[in-house]
Design a protein around this ligand. Structure first.
Ligand code: AMP
Length: 397
């Protein structure tokens, strides 16, 4: 039997088909730029890689294309070979503390959370509907980005806003990247040979979206993203933490509409806003003292350091700091800059170990470092497959 994982973004759909028992990958791929003229498909199966430009007007089409391909290639002969499908769902609001099998009621709740994740939840829901139509008997599971943070203490998840905004309007910090933080936490426990219930780490997911998470004894006790994925670290195109009054100022005095401010802060800020580029490789290659690329890196790194300091105070005792995501896994230079000058926290890197490539898991702390440093390539799809399997086998408590 197989487990299919669907990881939909606002304009993309990543998928992996796993053999259920050993969770090995049968085939995988990416459908990108859905809804635009440049949509394309990349499909890996055994030694074969298929890449082509293809019209993908909507997310449901993407799923149909994917299924047709899987059957054409003979990877599946009948839909009944699929034990279940795990969907990444970005926002589970304050309702879902763990993955859940999808039924009408769950689907309705996901629709209710669309205003909290307007770019992502509709894409996630479209995939669920498309599959229900194609294969009504197929069991589907929602695995939430927010669920891992569900047990954050109220003093960390609440904003200092009046009660009714929390109780009635559900305005609170939810946090995201939960499957990634949860995956790297489990891997680090294996490296440390330590029980999850005894382990404290700071997880840094640094990609185009970026977040830090303080994990105490396996529980997320704080994370940098908030009610939406806009809060916190500097990201590829998102500004992260800003003074909310900037929004009033732009609207009242600079003539920006609310929609324009939304686009500005989500799509044209962060690294892109600072230097016109959001690819850290290209930014690093152009950085010189005093130029805008160097400044963008300095701001990006400085914000990460601030969160490390804050989460050291939150956790009191930290076993390890983990780097993951496209930048965390691949950029030794960013890792070095983040850890530079943190001797006061007893964080010291081993320069040579740090230079390793990030396709594998490795540590890069020096002997004198009390805090261990790791690179753990994230594997959200594997984590989704694991959680899907647990839910469908009735193993999730
Ligand atoms: P993600 O959103 O996790 O795919 O991460 C995207 C970010 O990872 C971009 O800023 C890329 O520049 C960065 N990235 C990807 N590959 C590398 C690499 N080999 N070296 C440095 N940065 C990389």
């Amino acid at each position: 039997m197989k487990i299919l994982v669907i990881n939909s973004g606002s304009s993309s759909l990543k998928f992996k088909l796993f053999n259920m028992h050993e969770l090995s990958i049968l085939c995988s791929g990416l459908l990108e730029n859905i809804g635009s003229e440049n949509s394309s498909l990349r499909f890996h199966y055994q030694d074969k890689i298929l890449e082509k430009k293809i019209s993908i007007p909507e997310h449901n089409e993407a799923l149909y294309i994917l299924f047709d391909l899987i059957f054409e290639e003979g990877i599946l002969v009948d839909i009944s070979e699929v034990y279940g499908v795990g969907h990444r769902v970005v926002h589970g609001g304050n309702l879902f503390s763990k993955a859940i099998e999808i039924n009408e009621e769950v689907l309705k709740s996901l629709e209710d959370f669309i205003p909290l994740a307007p770019l992502h939840n509709p894409a996630n829901i479209a995939g669920i509907h498309a599959l229900s139509k194609k294969a009504p008997k197929l069991r589907q599971v929602a695995v939430f980005d927010t669920a891992f943070h569900h047990n954050m203490p109220e003093y960390a998840s609440r904003y200092a806003l009046r009660d009714s905004l929390y109780n009635e309007d559900k305005i609170q910090r939810y946090g995201f990247h939960g499957t990634s933080h949860s995956f790297v936490f489990k891997q680090v426990c294996l490296h440390l040979n330590k029980e999850p219930s005894l382990t404290n780490i700071i997880s840094l997911h640094l990609g185009n979206g970026a977040s830090a998470c303080a994990i105490k004894k396996g529980v997320s006790v704080d994370t940098s993203m908030g009610m939406t994925p806009l809060e916190g670290l500097v990201m590829g195109t998102r500004c992260g933490d800003i003074d909310p009054s900037i929004i009033f100022y732009l609207h009242r005095h600079k003539g920006y509409s609310i929609d324009e401010i939304d686009t500005l802060l989500n799509k044209n800020s962060g690294l892109l806003g600072l230097c016109g580029n959001n690819d850290i490789r290209s930014i690093l290659s152009q950085a010189k003292p005093g130029n805008k690329y160097q400044l963008a890196i300095d701001i990006f790194v400085y914000r990460i350091k601030k969160y490390i300091g804050a989460y050291m105070a939150v956790l009191e005792d930290v076993d390890a700091i983990v780097f993951t995501g496209g930048i965390g896994e691949n950029s030794s230079e960013i890792r070095r800059k983040v850890c530079e000058g943190l001797g006061i926290l007893s964080i010291y890197i081993d320069e040579n170990q740090n230079l390793q490539e990030g396709t594998k898991e490795f540590s890069f702390h020096s002997k004198e470092s009390s805090i261990k440093l790791f690179v753990i390539p994230t594997n959200e799809e594997l984590e989704i497959a694991l959680q899907t399997k647990e839910v469908l086998e009735g193993l999730s408590e």
